[in-house]
Design a protein. Structure first.
Length: 242
């Protein structure tokens, strides 16, 4: 199986996993940078994540333009993906979702910071991007490269960004890492909310040194560890075989 065929299978699996784990519902999307051309990326046509099949995957330029002759409707917010790939050569996969525990943080301007070791891939904190700051009143959708690039600036060199009144976007050096980070962003948000409600003293977040150690450990994980172990588990839960 060629690399691109495997990546297409992984995109389908990622969408099914995120739907099964309630990170995405009828909306949300996953992309992967093209393995032969870093100036392109793979993303499904506009379709609900759980319904995506291999034949739905499109090839898009970083500015969101489909390959010549492909007349299928792409996601409106494909600019989220293209702008991050443009700004971050090391990023190989992007996930955009509206998972519910994450959204309150964007509404009150509270950064998400890792509180548990599994969430170390979030980095030191997940900052907030607000469309209104530069674009005024919009429908909150990232509908242009200008908006996508502005969001990517807020993400900077991190692994995620909150989007006020909308959701969040995360990235990774592989599709397995991006799915892992999207899942544990939701887990961390829920735990951070619970800890804040219980706390008589400030929540004790992971330190920078702890985060660095976690990222180093999980990134070097052998088969059966880290991203690979989580991916295999989620594939089984979503009924993905082969």
């Amino acid at each position: 199986m060629s690399t691109i065929d495997q990546l297409i299978r992984d995109i389908v699996a990622a969408n099914r996993i995120l739907a099964n784990e309630n990170i995405v519902d009828a909306f949300g999307h996953v992309s992967v940078r093209h393995p032969q051309d870093p100036g392109k990326f793979l993303l499904s046509r506009a379709r609900s994540p759980e319904l995506i099949e291999p034949e739905d995957i499109m090839v898009l330029a970083l500015d969101g333009t489909p390959e010549p002759g492909d007349t299928r409707k792409p996601y409106l917010e494909r600019f989220i993906h293209g702008a991050i790939y443009e700004a971050r050569p090391e990023v190989m996969s992007v996930v955009h979702s509206h998972s519910r525990s994450v959204i309150p943080f964007g509404l009150v301007g509270e950064p998400i910071r890792p509180v548990i070791h599994s969430s170390g891939t979030l980095g030191y904190e997940v900052p907030l991007w607000d469309t209104q700051t530069r674009f005024g009143d919009t429908n909150l959708l990232v509908a242009s490269m200008a908006m996508g690039r502005d969001m990517a600036l807020t993400m900077a060199g991190g692994n995620g960004v909150l989007m006020r009144g909308h959701g969040s976007t995360v990235c990774g050096r592989s599709i397995q890492e991006a799915v892992y980070t999207a899942y544990y962003l939701e887990v961390n948000a829920n735990l951070q909310l619970q800890a804040a409600q219980l706390a008589r003293t400030p929540v004790k977040f992971l330190t920078k040194g702890e985060v660095d150690g976690i990222i180093s450990r999980i990134g070097d994980g052998l088969p059966g560890e880290g991203f690979s172990r989580a991916w295999d588990y989620w594939c089984r839960r979503a009924g993905i075989t082969g």
